[in-house]
Design a protein around this ligand. Structure first.
Ligand code: GDP
Ligand code: MG
Length: 163
């Protein structure tokens, strides 16, 4: 009955990078190829004496007919179903996309706590990139850089508040 946190978002936003930082293990595949993570991957995280299971997923691409993409979509939906808290990752470098809005709609219907995370904010000069994402209607975004391990502590504080 350990809490479960699902990491979701469209391909290439940095889900696996964040998963690896939070679990401290290189057990999730990270590559430049969008959506390279094809399996659900579980890891354990401890923060402030609280423990939870985190699930990395492939991306959700609602508009694609591609078989692999639709399988990834299914496993992302499975992970969402299992989760107590959802980390919705978006790309602060690439900006808001139509796919992000569709994922937001899916997440809204779950009635589960969703934490909006704007990744790839690698320096303070990129902080203004977060404002467009308020449009998703999921509250105040957390600005992080998975690659540079910035903002992860504040994010984890918020995650464990939900247990
Ligand atoms: P996923 O498809 O959502 O799992 O994304 P990945 O974790 O595989 O990352 C996709 C690409 O984004 C890779 O080239 C990563 O190195 C890059 N990336 C991930 N996090 C960051 C970040 O915080 N800043 C920048 N600049 N690149 C990042
Ligand atoms: Mg991945």
């Amino acid at each position: 009955n350990r809490a479960i946190v699902a990491v979701v978002g469209r391909p290439n936003v940095g889900k696996s990078t964040i998963f690896n930082k939070l679990t401290g293990k290189k057990i999730s595949i990270v590559e430049d190829t969008p959506g390279v993570t094809r399996d659900r991957i579980f890891g354990e995280v401890e923060w402030l004496n609280k423990y939870f299971t985190i699930i990395d997923t492939g991306g959700i691409e609602p508009e694609s007919d591609d078989v692999i993409i639709s399988q990834m979509r299914n496993q992302a939906l499975l992970a969402i179903d299992m989760a107590h808290v959802i980390l919705f990752i978006v790309d602060g470098k690439g900006g808001l996309t139509a796919a992000d809005k569709e994922v937001a709609e899916i997440l809204r219907k779950t009635n589960k706590p969703v934490i909006l995370v704007v990744n790839k904010i690698d320096s303070m000069s990129q902080f203004d990139n977060i404002y467009d994402f308020y449009e998703l209607g999921l509250g105040t975004p957390f600005a992080i850089s998975g690659a540079n391990s910035m903002g992860l502590g504040d994010l984890l504080d918020e995650v464990v508040l939900n247990f």
